[in-house]
Design a protein around this ligand. Structure first.
Ligand code: ADP
Length: 679
């Protein structure tokens, strides 16, 4: 069916031209005005697609841009657009071409010899072009006018700031001078913008260059918002991008709601945009917000810089605090500038926090004095000349600890030495395992080889010749004694490894101590040279029973008694004393609260130097002097003894005066009802 052509209606056309002219020159941003024009044309003549191509505006010589309406992804033919925009010679007339079932109108927008852009429209019906062409003829010069002067009427330049606003802006500029971190600055900016404009929502977008173009990070009050792509506020996000791309503030009106975005720029750097939404945003308010955005650019750049420094500082501080090595930074005169928690922890002292004398090593020395074997050497370590990359090992007693101290010079920005970084590490375990390895080798080679050599020697003799019965017996006795020694050494080694593996379990019973010690001493007295040594007992019969493993208690006491005899080479008295513990002796370590029996073994032998008193309980540890070397041993006995005492819940320690003698103390639990039921 044929549709009768629509009558040309001059009045309607003129009304349309008037409306379009008003839109073009309205006080709104240029893209908005162009879009309004396309929307109005579409209402009048529903076209298939239309777009403006903008090559130049009066202000801006940037990239060409285009604006399409409706956004229906129409596939424009590039060749045709190129023909329309050809520079030489400039087109004067519109380019009108029939398409398959439609008509293309391309309108160059030019004034004299300058082409500002073009308008392209695709219409469905041929009659539409008859109606539209006269309107376009009238409109083209007005569009060029709008393109040539985009900001003259863009609505932001016109309003004036009131003196009150100007004064307020001055105060704000002063506030922005303060060194602010990023988040407080963004919060201040948003708060000011929201309060002064009456907007209902505000967002600050920050550019984040990640190598794939411009990304915006959103910040909103009261807290950081989701990434903008996930919020319903893509409108302002898109507008912020346009504002940033054009380097100027942008407004978009949707119904009653105004969206506004002002770029945050410092010199050439695009830092982000300040975007607002609201329904009663006056041009004055928006101008003020635009000024806030202008002021904020340099403050924002500074805040980002402070933030980077603050973040780096926090990271470093965390590393410093958490490091297991102790670190201390000193000025060149030895003043302590800062130290991490591990520094104090490794010295075993509480941090010095009052800013009085903080000179290394005087802040530490008095507090570790009782643990230092050689305080003079310690202080000299810090005093002596050049420290560059110097390393030293410091030994502390009670408990035994070996620390490795490293001095590293610290230089300032000019490369001059500004002080030292001191690092300490606890190398006790490292050293201990080194020592254990080498002691093990030396014990095995020495303690095994001596008896083996004599066993081999005597058996060889016995095999080679016939000896008198008495002589033979003497040789065999020696072989037996040495083999017995070997067997007890192997037994000690096995005990150590069983104790290590937790394989030794106690068989605990309620047992009487006096009987056991009497048996033990009687047996010992048969083995020793009673001319030189006397083992005495100072044990009351009425002692309360203990709760212990009989064989292990025997092992503990016999170790202590045989050491007492062994380390009294000149002979003397060994006294075993047992009494319920009432008051802990001065040198005792912290003792468990349960009732305990205190057993001591005192000798008047060679004694032990005070700083060795704790170490003798370590495995393979032997006091190294001419006496002990002569006496021989493996250094395992006391380690095993201590482990057995501790398995019972008891403690062991020693007191000694070198040259006068030693006393070893052991506590063992008294058999209380509670202890037995608990076990
Ligand atoms: P060993 O006696 O085989 O060397 P121990 O573990 O029994 O091993 O003793 C460790 C070290 O403690 C001995 O080497 C010795 O230096 C010292 N010691 C132990 N008991 C005494 C004591 N009663 N008098 C002096 N020194 C002792």
């Amino acid at each position: 069916m044929l549709v009768p052509p629509r009558q040309l209606d001059a009045t309607r056309q003129l009304a349309l031209i008037q409306r379009l002219a008003q839109m073009l020159l309205a006080a709104r941003p240029l893209p908005q005005r162009l879009k309004d024009v396309l929307a109005a044309l579409h209402t009048d003549q529903p076209y298939v697609a239309a777009r403006f191509i903008v090559l130049h505006t009066g202000e801006q010589q940037g990239e060409p841009w285009s604006l399409e309406h409706p956004r229906n992804n129409y596939r424009w033919a590039r060749a045709r657009t190129a023909e329309l925009l050809q520079p030489q010679p400039l087109r004067h007339e519109p380019l009108i071409q029939p398409l398959n079932s439609a008509t293309y109108i391309g309108w160059p927008l030019r004034w004299q010899q300058r082409l500002y852009g073009a308008l392209e429209i695709v219409l469905d019906e041929p009659e539409q072009s008859v109606e539209l062409l006269p309107v376009l003829y009238a409109l083209a010069p007005l569009i060029v006018t709008a393109l040539a002067q985009p900001a003259a009427s863009n609505g932001l330049a016109q309003p004036e700031l009131s003196p009150d606003d100007q004064q307020w802006l001055g105060a704000l500029a002063a506030r922005f001078q303060a060194p602010l971190l990023l988040e407080p600055l963004l919060a201040q900016m948003l708060q000011c913008a929201l309060e002064r404009s009456g907007a209902s929502r505000g967002t600050i977008y920050l550019t984040e260059s990640n190598g794939h173009g411009l990304h915006l990070l959103a910040f909103e009050l009261p807290q950081r918002a989701q990434p903008p792509a996930l919020t319903a506020h893509n409108q302002t996000h898109a507008l912020a991008k346009i504002a940033l791309a054009n380097g100027q503030a942008m407004i978009r009106q949707i119904g009653d709601e105004t969206h506004f975005a002002a770029p945050l720029v410092h010199e050439d750097q695009l830092l982000g945009a300040l975007a607002l939404e609201g329904d009663t945003l006056s041009p004055q308010a928006l101008l003020l917000v635009q000024r806030i955005a202008e002021l904020a650019g340099s403050a924002l750049l500074r805040a980002q810089f402070y933030q980077q420094i603050a973040d780096a500082r926090t990271h470093l501080q965390q590393v410093f605090d958490e490091l297991p090595s102790g670190l201390a930074l000193t000025a060149s005169d030895g003043r302590l500038l800062r130290a991490n928690p591990a520094w104090w922890r490794l010295w075993g002292i509480a941090p010095v926090d009052q800013p009085t004398v903080k000179l290394i090593p005087w802040d530490i020395l008095p507090r570790i004095l009782s643990r230092l074997p050689d305080p003079l050497a310690f202080s000299e370590l810090f005093m002596s000349g050049s420290h560059d990359g110097r390393e030293a090992t410091i030994a502390l007693h009670n408990p035994w600890q070996e620390l490795r101290l490293l001095f590293m010079p610290v230089r300032d920005t000019l490369g001059l030495q500004a002080g030292f970084l001191l690092a300490i590490d606890d190398i006790t375990r490292e050293r201990e395992s080194d020592r254990l390895k080498s002691e093990f080798v030396s014990v095995v080679s020495h303690e095994l080889r001596t008896p083996l050599t004599s066993i081999l020697g005597y058996t060889e003799l016995l095999l080679a010749r016939d000896f008198e019965a008495a002589e033979r017996k003497e040789f065999i006795q020696t072989v037996y004694k040495e083999a017995d020694h070997l067997s007890s050494l192997v037994e000690d080694l096995l005990n150590v490894s069983r104790l290590d593996a937790g394989k030794i379990k106690l068989e605990r019973w309620v047992m009487a101590l006096p009987k056991l010690v009497r048996e033990l001493v009687a047996q010992l007295n048969t083995e020793i040279d009673v001319e030189r040594h006397r083992v005495l007992l100072d044990v009351a019969d009425a002692l309360p029973p203990i709760y212990a493993d009989r064989d292990r208690v025997r092992q503990i006491l016999s170790n202590l008694l045989s050491n007492a005899i062994k380390y009294s080479p000149e002979g003397g008295e060994v006294v075993l004393h047992a009494t319920p513990l009432r008051k802990a002796p001065a040198a005792a370590p912290p003792l468990p609260p349960e009732p305990a029996m205190l057993i001591s073994v005192r000798d008047n032998g060679i004694g032990i130097p005070p700083h060795e008193l704790n170490r003798i309980f370590e495995r393979f540890y032997r006091v190294d002097n001419s006496n002990t070397r002569r006496i021989g041993g493996t250094g395992l006995g006391l380690a095993i003894t201590r482990a057995l005492v501790e398995l019972h819940g008891g403690r062991i320690w020693a007191e000694s005066t070198p040259g006068e003698g030693s006393t070893f103390y052991v506590t063992l639990p008294i058999a209380t009802e509670m202890l037995r039921t608990r076990s």
